[in-house]
Design a protein around this ligand. Structure first.
Ligand SMILES: [Zn+2]
Ligand SMILES: [Zn+2]
Ligand SMILES: [Zn+2]
Length: 302
């Protein structure tokens, strides 16, 4: 039994691609402006934001490429299609952000002890510019509702909030001599970045290692399979995910001794119906008779 359920809308894909391309271009340009601006204003908070935006640029860039790649059909070399390529993008992104965050912390922590006054007018101008650019990009993407676009939209809203914080700090610094606010803000940003990076990296690494994506789902599928009167036991039961959204299920079912072709057909029809809700993109079910030896090695009896 081998079924494929691919029913993703592709008609609006070129629109989505165009919007993501726009957001990518704006983000890259803005990231460069931020790094230069952070250096000119001597503000670690702006540098931290620049690192965050570098990460956004990378994820928008890979989403843009992947949005095109995901249209590509599976071939002999990549028989599962191209969905897994997104994991590589996520891994590279996570590593770049980790290195960037360490750099920001090394710059900011000494300034807690010896604060340096940033160039406040420059900070103010950059933050107004930042709110405008990120707000515009978020507005552009809010027209679309592909998963990539919704994720990116959330990123961009986060950025707007980050810039609002820089704006507030720069206004406070105009009236009060509290330069320590700058490293405090940048360390806050960086810890927030690292928290998200850690969470995403963990998810990506679990997907790389073909971890069971959802133990509750595994349990549900197992009880459906074992509830069938034709099934005596199961083993080589695997569920893993290509990219966090599209899962693959394989299992060996040992059938009861007194079974007919009609029983087997009935079993397959039942399973087809009951497994449909899980939307597995590749399902392989091996049927074994009691007197047969399993074709695979039995180092695991799951
Ligand atoms: Zn196995
Ligand atoms: Zn398949
Ligand atoms: Zn087997």
């Amino acid at each position: 039994m081998h079924s494929h359920n691919h029913n993703h809308a592709t008609d609006s894909n070129s629109d989505a691609s165009r919007r993501i391309g726009w957001a990518f271009f704006l983000n890259v340009v803005f990231t460069i402006i931020e790094f230069i601006g952070g250096w000119l204003t001597n503000s670690t908070a702006i540098m931290a934001d620049a690192v965050h935006d570098l990460g956004d640029s990378l994820s928008i860039g890979s989403a843009w490429v992947l949005n095109k790649l995901s249209d590509k059909k599976a071939d002999n070399t990549f028989s599962y299609g191209y969905k897994r390529f997104s994991l590589l993008g996520a891994l590279i992104n996570g590593m770049v952000l980790t290195l960037g965050s360490i750099w920001i912390l090394l710059e900011s922590i000494p300034r807690l002890i010896e604060p340096e006054m940033p160039q406040v007018e420059g900070m103010l101008l950059l933050s107004i510019f930042g709110i405008a650019v990120n707000g515009f990009a978020a507005y552009k993407l809010s027209e679309g509702n592909s998963l990539n676009e919704r994720v990116l939209n959330w990123h961009l809203l986060e950025d707007v909030l980050g810039w609002v914080a820089v704006l507030i700090v720069s206004i406070v610094l105009m009236f009060k001599p509290w330069p320590i606010l700058d490293p405090v803000l940048s360390i806050g940003f960086t810890l927030f970045i690292l928290f998200n990076v850690g969470r995403n990296l963990k998810e990506t690494i679990l997907l790389f290692f073909q971890a069971t994506p959802d133990n509750k789902q595994l349990h549900e599928v197992r009880s459906i399979l074992t509830s069938k009167p034709e099934v005596k036991e199961l083993h080589h039961f695997h569920i893993w995910s290509l990219d966090g959204e599209h899962s693959v299920m394989t299992v060996h079912l040992v059938l009861n001794a007194e079974i007919t072709v009609a029983h087997i057909k009935n079993l397959k029809t039942q399973l087809q119906k009951e497994l449909k809700v899980f939307e597995f993109v590749h399902t392989t079910i091996e049927l074994e008779f009691t007197d047969e030896v399993c074709r695979d090695d039995n180092s695991h009896r799951l």
